[in-house]
Design a protein around this ligand. Structure first.
Ligand SMILES: [Cu+2]
Length: 132
């Protein structure tokens, strides 16, 4: 009596599919320049019901404050930011001067990380929702 067994061809096809996916990921990974930003407040893609008053970006190592820049662009254009500083050994922090109204925001950042001459840039978005 034959037991139902897995078709070896199906196994082979899924193995090839896996390898192709892996190869694509590796290829894409090497094409995207490395980003030293690890985390942020607000987080990338965050949907907030309370408008943030500061931006804080966390990096792999100490950012050079003097050679770093942050921009915050929202539905009413660019927001005024004040007093960029570092709070710990790995972050940039800045105060948002004018209150954020509901809408989509983009943070654009430029930084130089300790002992690395590369100028890194990146951006991320967050959303401020109307308060219920
Ligand atoms: Cu601070």
């Amino acid at each position: 009596m034959d037991k139902p067994s897995e078709n070896p061809m199906t196994k082979l096809i899924s193995l090839f599919a896996f390898l192709a996916t892996t190869a694509t990921l590796v290829a894409c990974g090497s094409a995207i320049p490395h980003s030293p930003m690890l985390d942020s407040e607000p987080g990338a893609g965050a949907v907030l019901t309370r408008a943030p008053r500061t931006l804080r970006l966390y990096f792999e190592d100490l950012p050079d404050v003097d050679r770093s820049a942050l921009r915050l662009v929202g539905p009413n254009g660019e927001h005024q930011l004040r007093g960029m500083h570092t709070m710990a050994a790995d972050d940039l922090m800045i105060e948002i001067l004018d209150p954020l109204t509901p809408g989509d925001y983009t943070v654009e950042w430029t930084t130089v990380i300790a002992n690395d001459p590369t100028v890194y840039t990146g951006k991320f978005d967050f959303t401020v929702q109307e308060r219920p």
